[in-house]
Design a protein around this ligand. Structure first.
Ligand SMILES: [Zn+2]
Length: 138
């Protein structure tokens, strides 16, 4: 029987990000550098919106984080929100770029608080990626 808890089968982080293809290449190379020992990726439209919205989505996402923790023991949780997210109605739903960024920072903070209750051992990092591909660490 293989050892299910083998540390050779561990990764460094679990990343939550939106499905939006425009950011994949940038985020992949960014997180490859941040977490060279690898990371699990949870991808869902709206990213943190799923954690903060209805009970069904929250339950689904928490299950994904639990599976990652159980199987791969990541130390870090990386939460990513992005500019012009369709799940929030896009940038046109905000009166200005700074307002949108501020709103997404608040989403990240709320999601961090929620996850820190469920995974108190994890270090939770927050990122906001712009259409320019600039990544802001919060
Ligand atoms: Zn999105």
């Amino acid at each position: 029987m293989p050892d299910q808890n083998s540390s050779s089968h561990s990764c460094q982080a679990v990343v939550l990000h939106c499905i939006d293809f425009r950011f994949n290449t940038t985020l992949n190379s960014y997180f490859d550098k941040c977490f060279p020992q690898g990371y699990d990726l949870i991808s869902i439209a709206g990213s943190c919106k799923g954690l903060l919205g209805d009970e069904e989505h929250r339950k689904f996402l928490l299950e994904q984080f639990e599976i990652s923790h159980k199987l791969h023991h990541p130390q870090f949780i990386a939460l990513v929100q992005h500019e012009d997210c369709g799940a929030y109605g896009g940038s046109k739903n905000f009166s200005a770029g700074v307002i949108e960024e501020q709103f997404q920072q608040e989403e990240l903070t709320k999601a961090k608080e929620l996850l820190s209750r469920e995974f108190p051992e994890s270090k939770i990092e927050r990122y906001f990626i712009k259409l320019s591909k600039e990544i802001v660490t919060i």
